[in-house]
Design a binder for this molecule. Structure first.
Ligand code: NAD
Ligand code: K
Ligand code: MN
Length: 357
């Protein structure tokens, strides 16, 4: 029997509610198989850890994760700690430390979900946004000088490297090639950002020549938001910079019904390091501790984790169980207009996975 070693990092806020739920569905799957099992190690890093130790995770934290098969992550963000400390001290440390340069964000309108675009049929909205996850606007290059003085200045430099852009473009073209429509939209802002984004466009055109069977186009990021609303079926796979894709994917999630549903994988395509899977949402301070969190984004992230491990049958079964549950309005959480609690949705998915008698 194969044993997969999974690190769980619930982090803060509703991360502490949805990650145990994700763990429960993995256990429910394992209970139906004699081919694989999961071994979990939980890491209590995040805001509470910061209050005790002055850091979000220990200095040798990456070493504790390095040999795991995958990481399941909740959220970093605590109402009492500035967001840039929680984000850079935990999630970005792991993403950048393990060079998880491809952030993959699928969006679909799941069965039973009342999505806000009235003229959009479910089959019109089936996207994967590929987010460059290692540099760009979140390169960490920058600084703040003369703090508090009239001449104060601050910069966050958008840094792009040829290596970084080439590898994300190649990943995106390959992903687009693997999907039925073989269609890629390269999101840009080269009209205004005339250095980094011009290089981005040039590299896109170069890499495109390696994929003659992929149809591709370019869209300026602001126009892309309108296109997502007005012509969703004209999009399939998208590739965008760290910041642009961050914003576009929250819009995508909302268009598909709720931020609480959307999953993501922070992936090291070369598999030198473990990849990390998480719902795209944050700590949700407004609902934390009340059992109101929608766990579907975490469950779908677990589907991506299973696909990454090569457990395609388990991934398919879990996705089917999720869709069975979203199709039932009695199992919708408050963000979807329902009244179900995290626990009830989790139990329903686990029950769906259990062997029939
Ligand atoms: P958020 O995603 O936490 O919440 C935005 C809104 O969506 C809230 O109204 C929330 O209640 C709702 N929501 C989010 N997830 C939900 C779920 N699963 N079920 C039901 N409703 C859900 O974004 P925010 O409020 O901007 O950020 C809160 C904190 O989370 C901040 O500290 C931020 O930095 C952090 N954050 C972390 C990550 C991450 O760890 N990857 C991502 C985004 C935000
Ligand atoms: K998250
Ligand atoms: Mn985000």
């Amino acid at each position: 029997m194969k044993t997969y070693s999974i690190a769980t990092i619930p982090g803060d806020g509703i991360g502490k509610e949805v990650i145990p739920a994700g763990q429960a569905v993995l256990q429910a799957l394992a209970a139906t198989s004699d081919r694989y099992r999961f071994e979990f190690e939980n890491f209590d890093w995040g805001g509470d850890y910061y209050r005790q130790h002055g850091v979000m995770m220990p200095a040798n934290g990456l070493d504790a994760l390095r040999h795991k098969d995958a990481i399941l992550f909740g959220s970093a963000g605590d109402p009492q700690i500035p967001d840039h400390i929680t984000l850079w001290g935990l999630r970005l440390k792991i993403c950048q430390g393990f060079d998880q340069y491809a952030n993959v964000r699928p969006t679909r309108i799941l069965p039973g979900i009342d999505a806000p675009l009235k003229r959009c049929r479910a089959e019109d909205l089936n996207w994967v946004i590929v987010r460059e996850n290692s540099e760009g606007e979140y390169s960490g290059v920058g600084g703040r000088v003369h703090q508090g003085h009239p001449i104060e200045a601050a910069t966050d430099v958008t840094m792009m490297t040829r290596v970084g852009v080439e590898r994300i473009m190649r990943f995106a073209f390959r992903l687009a090639q693997s999907r039925p429509r073989k269609l890629l939209t390269v999101v840009t802002k080269s009209n205004a950002q005339r250095h980094a984004m011009v290089m981005w466009d040039e590299i896109a055109a170069q890499v495109a020549t390696e994929f003659p069977d992929v149809r591709w186009d370019k869209e300026i990021v602001d126009a892309c938001t309108a296109r997502m609303v007005n012509r969703p079926a004209s999009l399939d796979t998208l590739v965008a910079t760290n910041l642009h894709a961050d914003i576009l994917s929250d819009l995508a999630a909302a268009l598909a019904g709720s931020l609480g549903i959307a999953p993501t994988g922070n992936i090291d395509p070369e598999r030198r390091y473990p990849s990390m899977f998480e719902p795209i949402h944050g700590s949700a301070f407004d609902i934390m501790g009340q059992g109101l969190a929608n766990p579907v984004g975490t469950f779908w992230s677990v589907v991506m984790l299973l696909e990454h491990l090569g457990e395609f049958d388990a991934a398919q079964r879990l996705m089917a169980a999720i869709e069975h549950v979203t199709a039932n309005p009695a199992l919708h959480t408050r963000d979807l207009g329902g009244q179900a609690k995290t626990e009830a949705v989790t139990q329903a998915v686990c029950a769906q996975l259990a062997p029939r008698r």
